[in-house]
Design a protein around this ligand. Structure first.
Ligand SMILES: [Zn+2]
Length: 354
């Protein structure tokens, strides 16, 4: 199967503001892209669905469209804004960053994250990690001017977009998990060129970063026979990461298949078989618990859904400098499209592991 990376769509998806709870902008871009080759619909929780193929079996693909972000908690009398983190931030990452917030009228307001400069930090403060309550956002506006544009509850992100560092490496904020939402839709596009009886439903899930909440509702709604979640995973190929404790995952060596209790063994074996047949290199990651991904809740929906997790290796997770390799992205897309095409025939009667 020939596939060349849809770079324009990827960069556009990465530039949208979409923290958990306000994924609208990113989801709109995803749905618009899907319309040209799939049936598209959405639910009241915010999940978006793109569907192609026949009636049976049903394969659900999940990639979360939300990202970690910031929410306005309190505006002081001088217009300085204290923020609540949306999702798991390392507050060190926030210091010195530019930010952009969604305004009440759908526009964008830019600001910077302020903190006392080193000149006036006490020696003991220099030694300590900064906490989120010690930093604030400065929009350069008075409280009165500011409140015309944003309010308590407004959402923002770090002011970074996606960029190709070279032919292979992409850096951006929100690669976790726009790259998963991208992979599942591109896999569906590839599958839709030559579909089988399998009904493939790609879901851009919401609110993953605050507890896998969109996966829960969308898996129930889709009621699939088999599901694959696509997310990023921690690459261990950079300085300071103990491979003996975390495992060996590198950029450029292919998509990662998770193995462990969260993964149905039959689906895992089928994915490995398809990868071998298609000549796609894969890496294996051992996760001996429920994974911190949509796969976790999908697997325990209804009476249990046979679920697998395919991950794109990513460096510097939950920072504005997340990095992935397009070869891994392309590998994941081709693997999922081929699996979708073959599953109707490979699926004999049961995914029961024993
Ligand atoms: Zn994620």
């Amino acid at each position: 199967m020939a596939y060349s990376l849809n770079r324009d769509f990827l960069l556009k998806l990465l530039s949208q503001i979409g923290p958990s709870g306000n994924e609208r902008e990113a989801s709109k871009v995803w749905q618009n892209e899907a319309k040209s080759f799939a049936k598209v619909y959405a639910d009241t929780h915010g999940n978006a669905y793109a569907e192609a193929g026949g009636d049976s079996p049903t394969l659900m693909l999940a990639g979360h469209i939300d990202e970690i972000g910031l929410m306005v908690r309190y505006v002081d009398e001088n217009g300085f804004v204290y923020v609540a983190p949306v999702g798991g931030w390392d507050p060190q990452v926030l210091v010195g960053q530019r930010v952009r917030f969604l305004t009440k009228d759908g526009g964008i307001l830019k600001g910077v994250v302020g903190r006392k400069p080193i000149h006036i930090l006490r020696p003991e403060e220099r030694e300590k990690a900064v906490k989120v309550e010690e930093i604030f956002v400065d929009f350069g506006l008075s409280k009165e001017e500011l409140l015309k544009r944003i309010d308590v509850g407004s959402y923002g992100v770090l002011d970074w977009d996606g960029e190709f560092l070279n032919e292979e490496k992409v850096v951006s904020r929100a690669l976790d998990d726009r790259i998963g939402a991208f992979v599942i839709l591109e896999a569906l596009r590839l599958y839709a060129e030559n579909p089988t009886s399998t009904r493939v439903v790609a879901v851009a899930t919401v609110q993953e970063e605050i507890g896998l909440r969109g996966a829960k509702t969308s898996a129930f709604a889709t009621d699939p026979d088999v599901a694959i979640a696509v997310d990023v995973t921690v690459a261990t190929d950079f300085p300071g990461v103990p491979k003996s404790q975390i495992g060996d995952v590198s950029l450029g060596k292919g998509p990662v298949l998770a193995v462990g209790p969260n993964i149905n063994q039959v689906v895992f074996n089928l994915l490995r078989e398809v990868a071998r047949e298609e000549g796609i290199d894969v890496q294996i990651e051992a996760i001996p618990r429920g994974t911190p991904t949509d796969a976790n809740f999908i697997q325990i929906t209804r009476s249990g859904i046979p679920t697998a997790l395919i991950s794109v290796p990513c460096r510097y997770l939950h920072s504005p400098a997340e990095m992935v390799d397009v070869r891994d992205v392309e590998g994941a897309i081709k693997l999922i499209a081929a699996f979708a095409r073959k599953i109707a025939e490979m699926y004999k009667d049961s995914f029961k592991p024993w």
